[in-house]
Design a protein around this ligand. Structure first.
Ligand SMILES: Cc1cc2nc3c(=O)[nH]c(=O)nc-3n(C[C@H](O)[C@H](O)[C@H](O)COP(=O)(O)O)c2cc1C
Length: 175
C-alpha cells in the first residue's frame, strides 16, 4: 500500500472516530462577495466565552466559500431543528442552489427560519490551524425556540429520544 493511501485511510479513520462525538447541526451564513448570502452546514460550532460572548466554528481551507467567510465582517449561525435534515444536506452540497425557497430573515447574513436557536456575530478573529481556519465571533444578538434539535452522530442525522426533549428545562431550573 502506498504511503498516501495509508495516510488517506488514517484520515478517514480519524474522521469516523471523531464522528463518535455527537453534536448538533448548524447552518452558518455571511454576506457573499456579490452581495448574495453564502452558507454552509457545520457541526464545529462551539461556545468559547460567556462574557464577552464568544463563539467559534471551523471551515475547511478547501471550501468554495472559505475566502468569502474569512473576509466577511459578520456571520449568523442557525442551530437546526429536528425536521431540517434536508436543509443540512443541501447546505453541505457544493454548487447547490442553497437558499432556493428557504425562508430567512432577509438580512445580509441571514438567519434560517424554523431553527431551534440563532446567533448573530461580528467576526473578531480568524486563526488558520492545520487544514481549517477557526473563525471567532462576538455574539451581538441571539434567540432560541423550544423545538427539538437535529443531531449528528456517527455520520448520520438523527433525533433525540423523546425522554431527552425537555422543552421546559429553563422554567424548571428557574423555579
Ligand atoms: C453534519 C455536517 C457537518 C459539517 N461540518 C463542517 C464544518 O464544521 N466545517 C466545514 O468546513 N465543513 C463542514 N461540513 C461540510 C460542508 O458543509 C460542505 O463541505 C460544504 O459544501 C462546504 O461549502 P462550500 O459549498 O462553500 O464548499 C459539514 C457537513 C455536514 C453534513
Amino acid at each position: 500500500m502506498s504511503k498516501s493511501i495509508k495516510q488517506d485511510n488514517k484520515i478517514r479513520e480519524l474522521r469516523d472516530t471523531l464522528g463518535q462525538f455527537t453534536t448538533g447541526v448548524a447552518i452558518v451564513t455571511a454576506p457573499g462577495e456579490d452581495a448574495r448570502p453564502i452558507g454552509m452546514t457545520i457541526n464545529s460550532f462551539g461556545s468559547i466565552s460567556l462574557s464577552p460572548a464568544l463563539v467559534s466554528w471551523c471551515i475547511d481551507l478547501r471550501a468554495a466559500s472559505h475566502e468569502a467567510f474569512v473576509k466577511a465582517r459578520h456571520f449568523s449561525i442557525t442551530v437546526l431543528a429536528a425536521h431540517q435534515a434536508e436543509l443540512a444536506m443541501r447546505f453541505a452540497t457544493r454548487g447547490a442552489d442553497k437558499f432556493r425557497d428557504v425562508e430567512t430573515d432577509g438580512e445580509a447574513a441571514p438567519v434560517i427560519a424554523g431553527g431551534c436557536a440563532w446567533f448573530k456575530c461580528n467576526l473578531v478573529r480568524t486563526i488558520q490551524l492545520g487544514d481549517h481556519t477557526m473563525l471567532v465571533g462576538e455574539v451581538s444578538e441571539f434567540a432560541q425556540a423550544r423545538v427539538a434539535p437535529l443531531i449528528f452522530s456517527g455520520g448520520s442525522f438523527c433525533q433525540l429520544p423523546a425522554d431527552c426533549v425537555d422543552t421546559d428545562h429553563h422554567a424548571a431550573r428557574a423555579a
